[in-house]
Design a protein around this ligand. Sequence first.
Ligand SMILES: Cc1ncc(COP(=O)(O)O)c(C=O)c1O
Length: 396
Amino acid sequence: MPRISNKGQQMPESPIRKLVPFAENAYKQGKTVFHLNIGQPDIKTPQIALDAVKIHSLDILAYTRSEGSEGYRKKIANYYAKNDIYVNHDDIIVTTGGSEALLFAFGTITDVGDEIIIPEPFYANYNGFSTSSGVNVVPVISKIEDNFALPPIEEFEKLITPKTKAILICNPGNPTGYLYSKEEIKKLAKIVKKHDLFLIADEVYREFAYDGIKHYSILQEEGLENHAIVIDSVSKRYSMCGARIGCLVSKNKEVIKTALKFAQARLSPPTLAQIASEAALETPQSYFDDVINEYVERRNVLIEELNKIEGVQVANPKGAFYCIAQLPIKNSDAFAQWLLESFDVNGETVMVAPAAGFYSTPGVGLNQIRIAYVLNKDSLVKAVNILKEALKVYKD
Ligand SMILES: Cc1ncc(COP(=O)(O)O)c(C=O)c1O
């Protein structure tokens, strides 16, 4: 049989999706599964975006420009201006989700064998994107005990080698819910300028900043124009995960020129979804106010309930809609599978994401899970109760 590539064999499975077959078996057994494993919000997509697709009349569903339609990019630039981020539409390349923006960013700035420093735990697919680009992830550890704050600058500097191309942060963070302060962004800006590196910020959760803290974008940082690359997406902002629209933003002209070549190779981002995404930009602020209130309430309920379970440690998320919980178990992979295969409370069980896949350091995070609070409060309370009951009987 012809041989699969080494790269293909090394591609990690998604910790978020790998337990799906076990969940399917659980459904077949008639169980209800509370999905805390995946960042698919249950929030309604703005009607204005759905209607835009319905009422749009097209004779030909054509390609758009590789960088995305000009009208849409101009409106994205307006959206950023409303968020005190000043970019031109030429600084934006529309992509097929934030996922493709990440691939374009890696393709644009790295060669095989290069290194990217990422505070760990991080969004699990950074491992996959690095493998497919031949890039080595160099983790800098942030700890649950410190609420996942940025490690001291010296920790980053120790890790910089001639192969280092970038520091990548996720702000607000998936899976930690950590929201970087302006001071932390300034510290990172100082390092990347000193060592002439790129700073990539995945800001797909920009709106999801809680407790009155305002998100600070790397694009707001003066003097960082040639270093900053932002990854963005409509997936979470408008609960439009299925639109598959995101963008890459940089004021560095060479970055945009190079990323555009990757964009040209795949011809065009989805046309209909750009129409929906453009319309979504008209979503009133009241939509976000309601959504943010809902997430804050869910977070509060979730953290309160988790803290009631003996032996569980949890960091308080300040943004996004995830948290990492440390459990009194040895192996969360086995625990998550067992929850689906062998445990239920009155026919109900939970699906969680084992956290080891959110680390690149082997053996770290084995006793942790990531929880996405994308369910209503009643379901969250039920789901945490199932976890509590499960931990009473589970044997590693
Ligand atoms: C941190 C982060 N970045 C990027 C993505 C990619 O999202 P999409 O490709 O749907 O825009 C996700 C999706 O969950 C994410 O959590």
